[in-house]
Design a protein around this ligand. Structure first.
Ligand code: C2E
Ligand code: CA
Ligand code: CA
Length: 409
């Protein structure tokens, strides 16, 4: 294995002694000496409640007497377990998928799944997932709730900044765009990520201020990118609450003119995170944006919020398949069915497809074979400050050439 996984502390929970023995043996073959196994959730929780160093990885069976795997996941969440979790099961794909979704919704860190009978390759793949994550900066260590007053001050003091995540077109491997993602440089807490404050910002009616702050820096950076020859598209996230002000399109035109950016290179990403208050106003705004050649993108497609009805009613140019379906699509028939249905529908409607959250080469190759148009995710690159993009593009060209022998000029 190319990544050093030796220092990983592993806790295996399964009521089947034979499986425990098999797993231990396989892990030893893979050079893992730090494996502890227990035959019940109760025992696992006792170990985890201890003060000694926590395991980096808990592998748990779904079907166990007393406390089953699903309940164990809930307890791990309650205990604020910070490590990774992998699931083993002999149950069918749909049950496994439900458990994996639960992991995600609980906010636990997933290392993947191991289907029984256990194969060495699936263990290697979860070890790689843990090792990879350990080399990344830890994100959102302690979720904290922020209040409206704090956010008002942050807006007034201009504490928000924008980072950009590259998007790569599959057919020629070129970096064709970036998505602007907001960050909060909190004076005490350091970098705070949007999931921790966007809902509060929306709830207290501050989203207009935030969106326009982000749009201003994104469009200014777009002009700079164009100046240095990076012909990017710039995608900006817009909340439904922004789309009730009929002046939105004119304001965007005015901003683009002021900072010297071309609206034809701008995309607006929309998720229905809030109810549409006034469908007529929203449609009016979106239609006018489209007339001004702004691209419209339906974000998080496939989740409850972004639906077929929206796709019918709004003249979208782009569909972003939610990362919940993209991640692990290579080895989940359920996710593949949803991804392929989304791709097929988008192509029939002549809408470009973007897969987000692509982390592995397996998922990348799968999406390429399935004719997805554009890919965004850690596999290509993480969100980064504007001034790192130029060198990112050169290193991506070198890397893609090494990986696929492709020349993407
Ligand atoms: P989103 O629009 O779905 O953005 C994609 C999120 O996925 C980003 O999280 C990005 O950092 C993350 N991501 C990208 N590639 C990968 C990957 O390979 N693996 C994983 N695990 N994650 C990946 P981020 O930046 O924390 O943003 C979270 C959400 O906050 C965004 O989801 C978006 O809905 C919202 N948001 C971000 N910036 C803004 C903004 O300026 N305005 C508004 N209204 N919402 C924003
Ligand atoms: Ca987005
Ligand atoms: Ca998304």
């Amino acid at each position: 294995m190319d990544i050093d996984t030796n220092a990983i502390r592993i806790l295996v929970v399964d009521d089947d002694p034979v499986l425990l023995a098999v797993l231990e043996e396989l892990f030893h073959q893979l050079g893992q000496m730090n494996v502890q196994s227990v035959d019940s959730s109760v025992e696992a929780l006792r170990i985890l409640a201890d003060v000694s160093p926590q395991p980096h990885l808990v592998i748990c069976d779904l079907n166990m007497p007393d406390i089953d795997g699903i309940e164990l996941l809930r307890q791990l969440k309650t205990q604020r377990f910070q490590g990774h979790v992998a699931i083993t099961t002999g149950e069918d794909e749909r049950v496994l998928q439900t458990a994996m979704n639960l992991l995600r919704i609980q906010g636990l860190r997933s290392a993947g799944c191991v289907r029984k009978p256990v194969r060495r390759e699936s263990l290697e793949s979860i070890l790689r997932a843990v090792a990879r994550a350990r080399t990344e900066p830890t994100r959102r260590p302690e979720a904290r709730a922020y209040g409206a007053d704090e956010l008002r001050v942050a807006l007034a003091k201009d504490q928000f900044y924008t980072v950009y995540q590259p998007q790569v077109r599959m057919d020629d491997l070129r970096v064709i765009g970036v998505e602007a993602l907001v960050r909060w440089a909190h004076p005490q807490d350091g970098t705070v990520y949007p999931d921790q404050f966007i809902p509060v910002v929306e709830e207290f009616g501050l989203i207009d201020d935030l969106t326009w702050a982000v749009a201003r820096s994104a469009l200014t950076d777009l002009r700079r990118f164009t100046e240095i020859g990076l012909g990017f598209r710039m995608s900006i996230n817009v909340s439904m609450d922004n789309l009730i002000d009929l002046a939105f399109p004119d304001r965007l035109v005015a901003l683009a003119t002021e900072v010297g950016a071309s609206l034809g290179s701008v995309a607006i990403e929309i998720t229905e995170s809030r109810l549409i208050h006034d469908a007529a106003a929203t449609l009016d705004i979106l239609a006018r944006l489209r007339l001004k050649h702004v691209r419209l993108s339906i974000d998080d497609f496939g989740t409850g919020h972004s639906s077929l009805a929206q796709l019918r009613d709004i003249p979208f140019d782009e569909l972003k398949i939610d990362k919940g379906f993209v991640q692990g699509a290579a080895d989940s028939p359920t996710n593949r069915a949803i991804v392929e249905a989304s791709l097929g529908m988008a192509h029939r409607l002549d809408v470009e497809t973007v897969a987000e959250g692509v982390e592995t080469k397996e998922d990348w190759e799968y999406l390429r074979a399935s004719h997805c148009d554009v890919v965004q995710g850690y596999f290509v690159g993480k969100p980064m400050p504007a001034d790192e993009l130029e060198s990112f593009v050169s290193s991506w060209h070198a890397r893609s050439k090494a990986l696929w022998g492709h020349v993407s000029a």
